[in-house]
Write a protein that binds this ligand. Structure first.
Ligand SMILES: Cc1ncc(COP(=O)(O)O)c(C=O)c1O
Length: 503
């Protein structure tokens, strides 16, 4: 099956890769000639064969599926047998360079040969089909698998771990770990749980169910389950009609770009937001609803790729410590290498590790790393049936090996430089259309001049063979796989230039 996919794609030599004659096009052609692709037989460029995307086959599949499911969020039906490396192939046969990768969730792109090889190993196959309840019946190799995958890339200073299935349940369970830690601190060393606590928690009353709160930031996205949704403030459509809890919400810095021209204003913005954080903690503590923890993304992703400075995060950690609150960094979207370091918070030079770091997406399994004191001291307190999936951890083991073998973090940095330089130049050339390029590694975004312009850019890029995505009110976000190389970056820039010149 895989051979077939390769052979089909091998024959697709693109006719429309470069905007002939443009300076970018000539530069791209020269660079393409020198680069060895990380994925053999990847298409050499996009190819669009329908007059619109989605094309007729995609539309008829949508019609069929909508008889069964709600389908409003579906963009495109893909042919995963033919998608390879950085390219997706849709059911109409369009080949698109994918800079969005399933909302940032394909570390090695599509059908990576080293991942396909895992299926040749009979032990792996047994792990794929015998999914255990990991909290109760892990397999003989579980500890080794964890050491070779998640623990091989654990954030500096975090040596403990809990696996989960998705980003939301990772955050949701991390909240619980924070509350238990906070309560243990309040009880003091050696104290035991009282009968009153055991009885009152059963009817959602104090002291068994303490009125702890969790501070989050405006613009944040932490998932769609009830607790996570209370901490989420990116789009109304996610929250509408769902009851929420009275938790404090602080402003997240809103920076002016380019950063080097606005250092003073942006530092002042940091100061104001941090002051609000501390004020809110005092307010909530005072009214008897102590702030047990603070949750924050290293880069607010769904909310529009909003960045904050290393100093902001360093000070936030100090505030958390001063007030006895835990600091949870949500790396569900940023973790796994796209910023050029394995964990985005490593860019911040925090004096010590955050208390908890959650992950999912590029890590293939969900879960969180934590300090030892955040591990529950009894079973079943943080638990669910599957607690992750050994199959995903086997895949992650291979992903980590390939990232190291192929120096993919260096590749991300190199590619990120190409993208940032190119986007900054395009922003200067077309200031009426795009602005505020920002990013780390290939985790990059820029704004359209308004939401309509952003949508037009994403739509037109698609018709030129680039699959990108939006976030926030007016940002175009780039979330390529770690195997995205400089020649792909140049191809993207070339297509973007052509879109901007036609707007
Ligand atoms: C930062 C962040 N946290 C949490 C989540 C929720 O993850 P999931 O959709 O796997 O529940 C997301 C999803 O986009 C995310 O970006």
């Amino acid at each position: 099956m895989y051979r077939n996919a390769i052979n089909q794609l091998k024959n697709h030599v693109t006719r429309n890769t470069l905007a002939a004659g443009s300076v970018r096009g000539q530069q791209t052609a020269a660079k393409l000639a020198n680069q060895r692709p990380l994925i053999a037989n990847e298409p050499s460029g996009p190819m669009i064969v329908t007059d619109s995307i989605p094309g007729p086959v995609s539309n008829s599949k949508l019609e069929e599926l909508s008889q069964i499911q709600e389908t409003h969020s579906i963009q495109l039906f893909l042919d995963y047998n033919r998608s390879l490396g950085n390219y997706i192939v849709d059911v109409d046969g369009n080949i698109l360079l994918d800079v969005y990768t399933q909302i940032s969730s394909m570390p090695l792109g599509y059908s990576h040969p080293d991942l396909l090889k895992l299926l040749n190993n009979a032990d792996n196959v047994r792990s794929f089909i015998n999914r255990p309840a990991l909290g109760a019946f892990p397999g003989t190799d579980w500890a080794d698998r964890l050491k070779n995958s998640l623990m091989a890339v654990s954030p500096p200073g975090l040596q403990h771990l809990c696996t989960m299935a998705c980003g939301s349940c990772s955050n949701e369970n991390a909240f619980k770990a924070i509350y238990m830690w906070y309560r243990n601190k309040e009880r003091g060393p050696g104290a035991t749980v009282t009968q009153e606590e055991l009885e009152s928690c059963m009817v959602n009353k104090q002291p068994g169910s303490p009125p702890y709160t969790l501070l989050s930031f405006m613009g944040a996205f932490h998932g769609r389950t009830m607790g996570c949704l209370t901490a989420t403030h990116s789009k109304a459509i996610h929250k509408l009609d769902i009851p929420s809890i009275d938790w404090p919400m602080a402003p997240f810095p809103k920076y002016k770009y380019p950063l080097e021209e606005h250092t003073r204003e942006n530092a002042e913005e940091d100061r104001k937001c941090l002051e609000m954080v501390e004020d809110l903690i005092h307010q909530y503590n005072k009214k008897g609803t102590p702030v047990a923890g603070i949750i924050i993304e290293p880069i607010q992703a769904e909310g529009g790729d909003n960045h904050a400075s290393p100093e902001f995060f360093q000070n936030l950690q100090q505030i958390a410590k001063r007030n006895g609150s835990a600091l949870l960094i949500d790396e569900v979207q940023t973790g796994g290498g796209p910023t050029g370091k394995f964990w985005a918070h490593e860019h911040f030079n925090l004096p010590e590790a955050p208390d908890i770091v959650t992950f999912s997406k590029k890590m293939l399994t969900g879960g969180y790393y934590c300090k030892k004191e955040f591990l529950p001291t009894q079973g079943y307190r943080i638990y669910n049936t599957w607690m992750g999936d050994p199959g995903k951890v086997i895949m992650l083991e291979e992903v980590v090996r390939v990232i190291k073998r192929d120096n993919l973090l260096e590749n991300v940095q190199e590619c990120g430089d190409v993208l940032m330089k190119g986007l900054n130049a395009l922003e200067k050339q077309y200031p009426q259309h795009i602005n505020s390029t920002r990013g780390r590694g290939t985790f990059i975004a820029f704004d359209g001049s308004d939401a309509a312009k952003r949508d037009a850019i994403v739509g037109k890029l698609k018709m030129k063979g680039i699959h990108s995505g939006g976030c926030g009110d007016k940002a175009v976000r780039l979330r390529p796989a770690l195997i995205f190389q400089p020649h792909h970056a140049n191809m993207f820039l070339d297509k973007l230039e052509s879109v901007l010149s036609e707007l």
